[in-house]
Design a protein around this ligand. Structure first.
Ligand code: COA
Ligand code: AMP
Length: 615
């Protein structure tokens, strides 16, 4: 393969030639004659993503190879599915969905813990051309309800419970509460009963095992490359989540290509993304990427620490001969905290790479993991919107010298630029908005579900001709990218993307709260955690711990435990500029104990006083 420079240049100078070639790795029902037109990739191609992920490998002789290894220390379960077995399970589940009236283009919400049925449900949708929308299990009922109302699923797939350290999370009461709240009614809910907590089924709700047992296996339905494969909701700047749409054709081509080019992982090898199917990493690199590439994927139900100990990841990597491990830096920080000397490390002769993404990789964690594992530790940067890496050290093209703190260089296909407020390119070393010149490569979002205007407004309007990533940073003299953080109100808590705006909307509903601001402050383990600053209504005299307890419970009930919202400070006023803008950056700097400059726009002496007091 050509080196990085040459490959990158070709991808930008001749995108149609480049991606047309990559498309040959995919099995098409109708080969695309056009590679790119009117912002869509492979517009006249037809294919089935599930066929490419399963059936074609069985036909190619991989039927007996493990496709999925389910390793669940929290339930003491280990299950292996060969490609043939997984194909059979998916075909039957697809038949079950068809028997419930699901057809091409219908949506199906999947609200499930990390069990094989979650993956099977996703692939079953893909098999019949239905569009899945997976909702992460750590979200509370109102968040689930908002997604149900927006996606309007024909069927919901769920489970009786999930398992978190020290507690069983009953999903069914959360689903019931969401359905009671939502105005949309699905035709059916299918519930996977787990022995740890069986659920009471209501009228119209079906037992997964019984319903699937009655269903017939069904074949793959070819769809247009531009038809949606899934919708994945993610946090934006307001409480309303954004429904990122992923198409079938561009997605299959890009993910298949990324498995070799970025991850250097090939058919028959074992890839483990220690994430959750509720996040984009889970969609792309637990489910679709490894299976499209004919690899074995690992589905791990548990945490990096405490199940049973901080050696859990090394045990799984050793047992399943993992070549490529992908997780979030926060997971490595959690392991480092519990086992700083690496006493629990196993012999890992098969491990070749540790890929990290989801939040900034701090140099300490980078060095610790590199020294411990003795394999390349690769920081790479991407987002739900892009679906696959935007910047990385592409191991399958040409390994470059890493620089701690940088996810290295733009991945072929992404024309990354740094722009200033006026839209001019920033010179090396100068921070600006990180954007990608259009067109975006295949696999990236073509629109937001049922909200094309918001898509244009959120991503394309700020710098015409460019996609706005929402991250800020710079490129150095060698072309290495440095991602410094979000330029909007999105924060990253333990690798989970959350909106502080959404949390503020919740705090504002408390009857005693007059005004509030939620900011992300630096946390040793989780990278960032949200802290709420609230001003109480005049005349309200309440102790801070009581207000805190109520607001913490409110956010947990409305958004979910995943928000990790645990800290509130009652203040007499919020520091603001003359025009009334809350000085969030200043507040963040104070909370982090960093140097800050009082903005010249503040004239109000009381606001200055408040800034001092917050410190
Ligand atoms: N269902 C229900 N609750 C969930 C949940 C789920 N699927 N996932 C998390 N939660 C709950 C947790 O139990 C916790 O609840 P608590 O406040 O009662 O303790 C809360 O949400 C916060 O979870 P989390 O931020 O994950 O903290 P943690 O202390 O449980 O674990 C880490 C910390 C670092 C070990 C863990 O976050 C981790 O492994 N992160 C990796 C992140 C990742 O995979 N990111 C995806 C991008 S690669
Ligand atoms: P998500 O959409 O949940 O994958 O979150 C995407 C966001 O996480 C990005 O916009 C970044 O802010 C952040 N992020 C992801 N990977 C990295 C990385 N390697 N370095 C810095 N920030 C990252």
């Amino acid at each position: 393969m050509a080196g990085y420079e040459q490959t990158y240049r070709r991808s930008l100078e001749d995108p149609e030639g480049f991606w047309g070639e990559a498309a040959r790795a995919i099995a098409w029902d109708v080969e695309p004659k056009t590679v790119f037109e009117d912002g869509r990739w492979f517009p006249d191609g037809r294919l089935n993503t599930c066929f490419n992920a399963l059936d074609r490998h069985v036909a190619d002789g991989r039927g007996d190879q493990p496709a999925l290894i389910y390793d669940s220390p929290v339930t003491g379960t280990l299950r292996r599915f060969t490609y043939e077995e997984l194909r059979g399970e998916v075909a039957r589940t697809a038949g079950m969905l068809q028997s419930l009236g699901v057809t091409e283009g219908d949506t199906v919400v999947i609200y499930m813990p990390m069990v094989p049925e979650a993956v099977i449900g996703m692939l079953a949708c893909a098999r019949i051309g239905a569009v899945h929308s997976v909702v992460f299990g750590g979200f509370a009922a109102p968040e689930l309800a908002a997604r149900i109302d927006h996606a309007e699923p024909k069927v919901i797939l769920s489970a009786s419970c999930g398992l978190e350290p020290g507690r069983i999370v009953e999903y069914k009461p959360l689903l019931d509460a969401a359905l009671d709240r939502a105005s949309h009614r699905p035709d059916a809910c299918v519930i996977l009963q787990r022995p740890q907590a069986e659920a009471q089924l209501r009228d119209g709700e079906l037992d997964w095992a019984q319903t699937a047992a009655k269903a017939e296996e069904t074949g793959c339905v070819p769809v247009a490359a531009t038809d949606p494969l899934y919708i994945l909701y993610t946090s934006g700047t307001t409480g309303a989540p954004k429904g990122i749409v992923r198409d079938n054709g561009g997605h299959a081509v890009a993910l298949r290509w990324s498995m070799g080019a970025v991850y250097d992982t090939h058919p028959g090898e074992v890839f483990w993304a220690a994430s959750d199917v509720g996040w984009v990493v889970g969609h792309s690199y637990i489910v679709y990427g490894p299976l499209l590439a004919g690899c074995t994927t690992v589905l791990y139900e548990g945490k990096p620490v405490g199940t049973p100990d901080a050696g859990a990841f090394w045990r799984v990597a050793a047992d399943h001969k993992v070549k490529t491990l992908f997780t979030a830096p926060t997971a490595i920080r959690a392991i480092k905290k519990e086992d700083p000397s690496g006493r629990l490390l196993r012999d890992l002769p098969d491990l070749r790479y540790l890929f990290l993404a989801g939040e900034r990789l701090d140099p300490d964690t980078y060095h610790w993991a590199t020294d411990l594992l003795g394999v390349p530790v690769i920081d790479h940067w991407w987002q739900t919107e892009t679906g696959w890496p935007v910047a990385a050290n592409c191991m399958g093209i040409e390994p470059l010298q890493p620089k701690p703190g940088s996810p290295t260089v733009p991945v072929p296909g992404y024309d990354v630029r740094i722009l200033d407020e006026q839209g001019r390119e920033c010179p090396p070393g100068v921070d600006g908005a990180i954007v990608v010149r259009l067109p975006l490569p295949p696999g990236t979002l073509p629109t937001l579900y049922r909200d094309h205007d918001r898509f244009v407004q959120s991503y394309l309007a700020r710098y015409p001709g460019h996609y706005l990533t929402g991250d800020g940073g710079h490129v150095d003299e060698d072309g290495y990218l440095f991602v410094m953080g979000r330029t909007d109100d999105v924060i990253n808590v333990a690798g989970h993307r959350l909106s502080t705006g959404a949390m503020e909307e919740v705090l504002a509903t408390h009857p005693d709260v007059a005004e509030c601001a939620v900011i992300g402050v630096t946390d040793q383990l989780k990278g960032q955690v949200p802290v709420g600053y609230v001003v109480l209504k005049s005349g309200v005299e309440r102790a801070e711990p009581d207000v805190e307890a109520e607001l913490v419970a409110l956010v947990r009930d409305q958004i979910g435990p995943v928000a990790a919202f645990k800290r509130v400070r009652v203040v007499s006023r919020l520091p603001k500029t003359r025009s009334g803008k809350i000085l969030r950056a200043t507040m963040r700097a104070i909370a982090d104990g960093r140097q800050y400059r009082v903005p010249s726009t503040i004239e109000d002496p009381a606001a200055l006083e408040e800034i001092e007091r917050l410190g």
